[in-house]
Design a protein around this ligand. Sequence first.
Ligand code: XMP
Ligand code: MG
Length: 183
Amino acid sequence: MRAADIPNDLTTVLVTEEQIDAKLADLARQVEQDYEGKKLLLVGVLKGAVMVMADFARHLKRDIAMDWMAVSSYGSSTKSSGVVQIRKDLDTDLGGWHVLIVEDIIDSGLTLSWLLDNFASRGAESVEVLALLRKPDAAKVEIDCRYLGFDIPTEFVVGYGLDYAERYRNLRDVAVLAPHVYA
Ligand code: XMP
Ligand code: MG
């Protein structure tokens, strides 16, 4: 669905499907260059990164490997707890791989900061981050994000994989959720 299909649930569209597609194509060209001749493993962070992963990976004109991790830091509330739990670990031994973590959004940065620490001891050749969205004003820790889609304001957003209580993931755009939905 598009934002226009659920106007009462949203206030502002921040990023459209078309903008996301163009940006992911752009980032794919950069990643192809940076990882030329290197074994590349994309690690998607479930569940929010599913759409980014699917579209970004298909923009790449090269072979990659793909794996997934599930961590939780949010529950169904709209604020970061800072407590990260692994719900599904990788199936891949990272030895020999250049790893690109694919994330939907960097909010406080606590989740990625924890993930990067966790990956540091696993023997990867390198570990970098690609995130579709970032809320620069919400940062509690600085994350070195090599590949970034869009900076957005500090508001709770849904769509393109991002949910509120598992809803709105299938919205093609990224939009601010109307407060009455979670009030
Ligand atoms: P932190 O604060 O650790 O958050 O950087 C990262 C994770 O929190 C979720 N998150 C959001 N989910 N709308 C959402 O639907 C948002 O505005 C939002 N902000 C953070 C998301 O799962 C992300 O991976
Ligand atoms: Mg996420």
